[in-house]
Design a protein around this ligand. Structure first.
Ligand SMILES: C[S@@+](CC[C@H](N)C(=O)[O-])C[C@H]1O[C@@H](n2cnc3c(N)ncnc32)[C@H](O)[C@@H]1O
Length: 262
């Protein structure tokens, strides 16, 4: 993982990204349309936002998750719904599981953080049985799909850019398709999913959008004039998404991909 990008607060992540992840996650599970009682692996399970949806919707026979972040795993382990799940510290590029162990492996909002995405996909293929499903979804980072793209733009314009995930190019839909093809998967399908999320006000959005420690550090590095200019610019840019009482209705989109193991 890039040294500059940290997942060090599972509760902050829940508000900042977990809500967005679950809006896509619900549509993604509908699309997968898999039977219940399968063995699932959630690669980069983070604070358990999507893992919890697997447990609730898919009633898995077995459910495992791996993530390198202690803080994210601590939060995931605190979710009552995940009491049965096996949540381990690990890396997508070296999954701590035997071959042919799962029916489904999923990588939700993770592939752009994996230094060698092809190796991560190959690992999912290794641990999934013949006929099983290897799938993922990722924000369309180059197509304006990232939920906080406007904040990222404003930080860059202010001279304090957020670090890019190490494998951001893997978020392109054609890159996902190529990764799945090169991994030897079959019946490959790609689908775009849109998410809409409302915030009570600009201030409510600002609070949540700036919860990540990397963003807070960038704001702390600015003088107050620069910070005020950045906030004013964002208020102006977000105005077109505001409702009659100042609520903000924002959207994001992700590409999902699935394929079967031969
Ligand atoms: C945006 S979060 C997604 C978390 C969760 N899947 C969700 O949908 O909310 C990205 C996660 O990828 C994890 N991650 C980063 N590098 C990873 C790697 N090499 N292998 C597995 N997970 C990784 C991070 O620790 C973080 O929890």
């Amino acid at each position: 993982m890039s040294a500059a990008i940290r997942f060090d607060d599972g509760a902050a992540y829940a508000q900042y990204m977990g809500v967005w992840s679950q809006i896509i996650g619900a549509q993604f599970l509908d699309w997968l349309s898999l039977p219940t009682r399968l063995d699932w692996l959630d690669v980069g399970c983070g604070n358990g936002a999507f893992t919890e949806q697997i447990e609730a919707r898919m009633q898995p026979a077995q459910l495992a998750g791996i993530d390198p972040s202690t803080a994210q795993l601590d939060y995931a382990r605190s979710r009552p719904q995940l009491a049965r799940a096996t949540l381990l510290q690990g890396d997508a590029m070296a999954l701590p599981f035997a071959d042919n162990r799962f029916d489904v492996a999923v990588m939700p909002l993770v592939i752009f953080f994996v230094p060698d995405p092809a190796r991560g996909v190959a690992e999912m293929v290794r641990v999934v049985r013949t006929g099983g499903t290897v799938c993922a979804y990722a924000w369309d980072m180059y197509g304006g799909g990232f939920p906080y793209a406007l904040l990222a733009d404003a930080l860059r314009e202010a001279g304090h850019p957020s670090p890019a995930p190490p494998s951001v190019a893997a978020s392109r839909p054609e890159a996902l398709q190529a990764l799945w093809q090169q991994a030897g998967l079959t019946d490959i399908e790609l689908r775009r999913f849109d998410a809409r999320r409302s915030f009570a006000s600009f201030d409510a959005w600002w609070h949540i959008a700036t919860l990540r420690s990397t963003t807070r550090e960038r704001l702390a590095q600015m003088d107050s004039a620069t910070r005020n200019t950045l906030q004013t610019r964002l208020r102006e840019r977000l105005a077109e998404f505001s409702g009659p009482h100042g609520q903000l209705h924002l959207s994001a989109h992700a590409y999902a991909i699935r394929g079967h193991v031969l």
